[in-house]
Design a protein around this ligand. Sequence first.
Ligand code: PAF
Length: 293
Amino acid sequence: MTRLTSTRDELVNQLAQTRRSGHRIALVPTMGALHDGHASLMRLAREQVGPDGRVVVSIFVNPMQFGASEDLDRYPRTLEADLAVCAQSGVDVAFAPSVEEMYPHGVPAADQAPQGVTVEPAPGLADILEGASRPGHFRGVLTVVAKLFGLVKPDVAVFGQKDYQQLALITRMADDLCLGIDVIGAETMREPDGLALSSRNRYLSPAQHDTALALSRALRAAQSQAAYGVEAARHAAQEVLEATEGIELDYLAVRAKDLSELRDRPEKGAEGRILVAAKVGTTRLIDNLPLEF
Ligand code: PAF
């Protein structure tokens, strides 16, 4: 049975007993609107802590990580359905706090000089790709994740690889701040047609859904050309996107696995990543896949 908790005190008290009895705790942070991709993170979390451990899922649409012109107000809030997904996935505790509960001193503005204590992400890693398009976004993400880590004190935290840069930054935070939390990245789940599962997919009309398939097609085209180098991979993806009407490309980038820049001809067998962000209608989607050169 999943227990719904909405206050920090209640959450901490519930987990104290688990910690005293030496069982492991896994955290899956989410913003709700849960889908099969989230359910796979929950299953992975359970595998990590075993049957006696505790799996905690947080459900919180974090205002601090949304820019002023972004979709905070229309972001789907579906608590009842989310609790059903948690229950089916064997989650022990669903933590769904209010904004006031998470930010009792007010929500700091992530894209300006922040008031209050916030987490400053590693600049080289946070200012590119998503960070370049969404100033302050990762300060908001890391600040809320640090709060969740502080409340839950998990042994393990599970995030999706779909948000590849977010995963890299959270892993880096856990490491740099010596948090002693094992951050695990779970593979992206996809529709049978290739579209990466995302809470924002529900905004897409059937026609837009078809258009959005160009993203995963483009990434796969890049995979097939990676043996010829970075530019060949990028070009193959770009061709697919340019041939598709209705895609407004934000970025398409080929990077090393750790998101650093690559020279055109990496060593044979080296691993990289291709990442894309684009709007289909008013819906902004991201996706990425591994590359082998
Ligand atoms: O990936 C998300 O859903 C969010 O960025 C996260 C990690 C839950 C922080 O709000």
